[in-house]
Design a protein around this ligand. Structure first.
Ligand SMILES: Cc1ncc(COP(=O)(O)O)c(C=O)c1O
Length: 263
């Protein structure tokens, strides 16, 4: 990890992430009341920063939380200047206590195919469209999946509708066609998913647990994963790992990242 990957920016002041502190009375900590975004840096250049800031503004507005997006942009630029040309992530956090946090983090290694276990989850309607700090249920879902010898959870409603991963979108192939659940199923409007829906041949369609048996391939998509192949869902190995549509999606995504960063 380079020196710049240990940095935090709190209300515009840069310091060592380990030593940057906020008061314990902040409701962001006490109640998970706040919003966040994670922006990927490719060789020090932020991908889709504007989209992340817009989504953060929308999340905050829905949560009735006032935030200063221009200040978040300035903090991001300050951190970018210190990080240098490395692959990293910047986490932006706005708390109910009014704190503005930017954290540089390493990109987790998510190159290997993942085994998914189904974890029941009922999306909270009041948090629709909000990337909130209340992520305990998502983090627990991953832990429950790991306890069952999988790597990651695939969230499924009590009625058997497949949704997304705790921090990623879900794509699947049925009858040779690529699909992803619609946003109206109360999943996050993922920026990676948006880009893929615009760039490749994929249709939005709800999926049921019963259809897992017929899926020929699947992948998770997100800022930290791009398109990560799925090897198994709830004990059923997928026939193609990575399948051709997964490989094509990964290539298309990397190509659009390169194009956007060059422009
Ligand atoms: C619940 C959920 N779904 C999907 C994603 C992927 O979103 P993005 O592509 O914007 O990173 C995330 C990202 O953290 C998430 O938390």
């Amino acid at each position: 990890m380079s020196r710049g990957q240990n940095l935090a920016c709190l209300d515009g002041v840069v310091g060592d992430a380990e030593e940057t502190v906020i008061p314990v009375t902040d409701a962001g900590l006490l109640r998970g009341d706040g919003v966040f975004e994670v922006v990927r840096l490719y060789e020090g250049r932020p991908f889709a920063l504007d989209d992340h800031l817009v989504r953060m503004g929308e999340s905050a507005a829905r949560l009735r939380l006032e935030i200063d997006l221009d200040a978040f942009r300035r903090d991001t630029e300050t951190l970018l200047g210190l990080v240098g040309p490395s692959d990293a992530m910047i986490r932006l956090v706005a708390t109910r206590g009014g704190r503005r946090i930017g954290l540089v983090e390493p990109v987790p290694d998510r190159s290997e195919p993942v085994k998914l276990a189904l974890v029941e989850y009922a999306p909270l309607r009041t948090l629709d469209g909000v990337k909130s700090l209340s992520y305990a249920a998502n983090m627990l879902a991953t832990r429950l999946a790991v306890e069952r010898d999988a790597h990651e959870a695939l969230l499924v409603t009590p009625h058997g509708r497949l949704l997304e991963g705790p921090t990623s979108s879900f794509f699947y192939v049925l009858g040779g066609e690529l699909f992803t659940p619609p946003i109206s199923d109360h999943i996050l409007d993922s920026i990676t998913r948006r880009r893929l829906v615009a760039a490749i041949d994929v249709q939005e369609r709800s999926a049921s647990v019963d259809e897992i048996a017929d899926m020929s391939e699947a992948f998770l998509a997100g800022t930290t994963r791009e398109a990560q192949p799925v090897s198994e869902i709830e004990g059923r190995p997928l026939p193609e790992i990575p399948g051709p549509q997964t490989v094509a999606a990964g290539e298309a995504f990397r190509a659009l990242v390169a194009r956007e960063l060059a422009s």
